[in-house]
Design a protein around this ligand. Sequence first.
Ligand code: PDD
Length: 290
Amino acid sequence: MKFAILDGKIIERREAKVDVEDRGYQFGDGVYEVIRVYNGKMFTVTEHLNRLVKSLDSIGIKLPYTMDQLNDLLEELIEKNKLQLGTIYMQISRGVAPRNHAFPTENVRPSLVAYTKEVSRPLESLKMGVKTIVTDDIRWLRCDIKSLNLLGNLLAKQKAAEAGCFEAIQHRSGDVTEGSSSNIYMIKNGKVITHQSDNLILKGITKDVILQVCERNNIVVEERTFTLDELIDAEEVFLSSTTAEVMPIIEVDGKRVGDALPGPVTKLLQEWFELEIEKRCGALNDKILF
Ligand code: PDD
């Protein structure tokens, strides 16, 4: 039997249902987080919960739980579901109210939903790299909020899927922003270059860990806007996300990156990222074989 969190209680997963007038369901009026679990432990949970609160603040939803309460609930859920390797999906919407675009005026309790999923590490892709396409970034101008509204991201990812690719790299008038569900990086002269964390991208938690690891190991990072031309011309390209970790990109829109194999800087970052996982969550059974 699997369990889920619904409004602060752990209940049977199949009993976890939301009202048709939940504003998350009708308007995408809410935010979410995806947290990685290795060895039954949440990776970078504090960072995820801090970002959740930041997203909630941006849209004026007050979290009806303390960070400690949320953390305890999520830990209990992992234990009840006996999750070792996977993810937690958690979303908070503004709550249930008669349909109206404007926020409800009476006190409506935000709805919290969370459940777990078993997800292995994508070891084969991490070792071999993945292919990508590029597409216009048609999303709104608050991509820093981890909003439930993901249509722009979905349309981009679907294009990638139809082209047999792992990810769609989005750009605004030739300036690379981010992937449909990941951050994008290129390596130039041994430097790691990635879009600055502003309103046009989501500030990835994986990105934060990568930048810390770079700093500790004296790898120079430039957070700046870069163009598609620079990307195509880069020595190495990779993406990052909670589920994809540090994922080498070997092809962009049919053009090979370098010699279409994961590059040396990317591989170093993968190795350091694995060490970071082990430091926080304990030894991994399955690792990328370098
Ligand atoms: N996506 N940018 C976008 C648009 C994303 O959706 C994600 C993550 C990231 C990377 O963020 P992080 O390193 O914190 O996972 C960047 C999650 C995993 C998802 O929607 O499933």
